[in-house]
Design a protein around this ligand. Structure first.
Ligand code: ADP
Length: 348
């Protein structure tokens, strides 16, 4: 169901708090878009405006070009999945899925067959007669999804659907949910504060900060080319360095605290901020890296180690393989993957 949802200049204030300002986005039809940001950044308010549970002060929402800003939530045909699936323990799986249809007065035979078809879409029709406590967390998630799908929603809205779960189960269900949503190819808007969840599930991400969109793009674009220091540090670890691009002998060079490198393509001359991820600073085993420094801390993280290295007047986060982890005090030679440097305008 390739429905186009467009938000245009959404604005919402609660008393003195501006929860969302000027939120505009065309959500990719048939794909998962994650709205990601720290707590209080306006994600849920944005979703509430899209769903019709909150009315925007300004701006509009369009569905395939039709303005639905004033349409009540129940007439938008959106499926909602929330944090704690809020399934009814006294009803079985099928009854949970048909509940909404019963409330709307749909006849028994029809609601049974629709609920059953919805369970089939998420591959759990064989669990129709089970009680909620007799099925696993993953199956409960599918019931919640089936319950949202039973109305044939045009769009699926999910608000932190996995946040109540522990880390391991969360990872399993995240993968499962991603597979199901992609299989359904429904336009889905997924709110989360979890970076990994957003990056692994979403076709596109919208990063919010202080009620505004800070950046949007594919996970790879946003991770490798963050537009602002906030996005750089929110999405994983980042070294942020002061730099300057300047022309030397006709060639644009990037001057960093620890030396000069050829500037990335398209770099503008002048002062700038430069981001480099810890995984893009490599320990040069042969000692002939671009900069030399001393390890000040070393933290074992299982699959790798995170070092802090004092080099060229900077304190740099550097990832090291877990095979040979330098200890504090060790001298290391580092090489920066120049192609991975990301230049941001100064002053952001
Ligand atoms: P998020 O989902 O990113 O955690 P929210 O959209 O819930 O953020 O909240 C954005 C801001 O709006 C926060 O400062 C929050 O305190 C405020 N806010 C949200 N809902 C209400 C409300 N019903 N009344 C007053 N303030 C609210």
């Amino acid at each position: 169901m390739n429905i186009l949802v467009e938000a245009d200049g959404l604005h919402k204030r609660y008393g003195k708090v501006v929860a969302v300002q000027n939120f505009s986005h065309r959500f990719a039809p048939g794909k998962i878009t994650a709205i990601l940001g720290p707590s209080g950044s306006g994600k849920s308010t944005t979703l509430a405006m899209i769903s019709g549970l909150a009315e925007p002060d300004r701006g509009c929402i369009r569905l395939d070009g039709t303005d639905i800003t004033r349409l009540p939530a129940e007439r938008r045909d959106f499926g909602l999945v929330f944090q704690n699936y809020s399934l009814f323990p006294h009803l079985n799986v099928l009854e949970n899925v048909e509940f909404g249809l019963r409330v709307r007065g749909v006849r028994k035979a029809e609601r049974r067959s629709r609920a059953f078809a919805s369970l089939e879409r998420v591959h759990i029709s064989h669990l129709a007669g089970r009680r909620i406590h007799q099925i696993s967390g993953g199956e409960q998630q599918r019931v919640a999804l089936a319950r949202a799908l039973v109305f044939n929603p045009r769009v699926l809205l999910l608000d932190e659907p996995l946040s109540a779960l522990d880390a391991k189960l969360r990872e399993i269900l995240r993968n499962e949910l991603g597979r199901l949503l992609r299989e359904l190819s429904i336009t889905a808007i997924y709110v989360t504060h979890d970076q990994v969840e957003a990056m692994s599930l979403a076709y596109e991400m919208i990063i919010m900060h202080g009620g505004r969109i800070e950046q949007s793009g594919t996970p790879l674009e946003v991770y490798t080319r963050p537009a602002t220091p906030f996005v750089a540090t929110f999405l994983g670890s980042a070294n942020l360095l002061e730099g300057e691009c300047l022309v030397v002998n006709g060639e644009t060079r990037l001057r960093l605290p620890f030396g000069e490198l050829p500037a990335p393509m398209g770099a503008q001359t002048g002062p700038c901020r430069v981001m480099v991820r810890p995984e893009d600073i490599v320990i040069a085993a042969d000692g002939d890296g671009q900069l030399h420094g001393e390890v000040t801390s070393s933290v074992f993280l299982g699959s790798q180690a995170r070092l802090t290295v004092s080099a060229g007047g900077c304190s740099l986060a550097v990832d090291a393989s877990n095979e040979a982890i330098p200890t504090p005090g060790a001298a290391v030679s580092l090489r920066v993957r120049e192609a991975k440097l990301c230049i941001m305008p100064k002053g952001e």
